[in-house]
Ligand binder design. Structure first.
Ligand code: IMP
Ligand code: MG
Length: 178
């Protein structure tokens, strides 16, 4: 498995620091609000688990599932696979994503959730890959910016593999080029 990783981009230690910083910012901004943290399955699940433990104000959580990827390419069509269980009416929604790439997924999700009478909607993404942006969307909280490479580990997959790597790395192109 490790042979397929071209480079380690973000170490376990660096990920920890990022979660701590984002948790502090979110705690400060959401004190006294009705925070509903929504994680986008499956890629954001590991980040969500670590980030939540750095959020020190009251919150409730839920999960949503969409997909737009096949291999290393986005299909551009977002499919809704699982909706919220909680009614977000009056809640302050924070969407937690693994990576903001073309932005198609998050702009679709924001639009869907905006129609549900939430008090506010913001986005927290661990990784921001601005090189491929197609939709006009920005995250409110960003862990770090990554280069235009295919990223794996810490929840991010290539054809469902590598999600269990504890660090974030670049997938070696030999894995998908032949
Ligand atoms: P977007 O709609 O293009 O912004 O893509 C968002 C989703 O595509 C993310 O939530 C990821 O699940 C997936 N994705 C985008 N770039 C990568 C990558 O480099 N590695 C793994 N998954 C990615
Ligand atoms: Mg995702």
């Amino acid at each position: 498995m490790e042979r397929d990783v071209k480079d380690i981009l973000i170490s376990e230690q660096e990920i920890k620091q990022i979660c701590k910083r984002l948790g502090e910012e979110i705690t400060r901004d959401y004190k006294g609000k009705n925070l509903l943290v929504v994680s986008v399955l499956k890629g954001a699940v590991i980040f969500m688990a670590d980030l939540l433990r750095e959020i020190k104000c009251d919150c409730i959580i839920d999960f949503i599932a969409v997909s737009s990827y096949s291999g290393t390419k986005t299909t551009g069509v977002v499919k809704f696979k699982k909706d919220l269980d909680i009614d977000p009416d009056g809640m302050d929604i924070l969407i937690v994503e693994d990576i903001l790439d073309s932005g198609v997924t998050l702009s679709y999700l924001s639009k869907v959730l905006m129609g549900r009478n939430a008090n506010s909607i913001k986005i927290c993404t661990l990784l921001d890959k601005p090189a491929n942006r197609k939709a006009d969307i920005k995250a409110d909280y960003v862990g770090t910016v990554v280069p235009d490479e295919f990223i794996i580990g810490y929840g991010l997959d290539y054809n469902e593999k590598y999600r269990n790597l504890p660090y974030i790395g670049i997938l070696d192109s030999s894995v998908y080029e032949n």
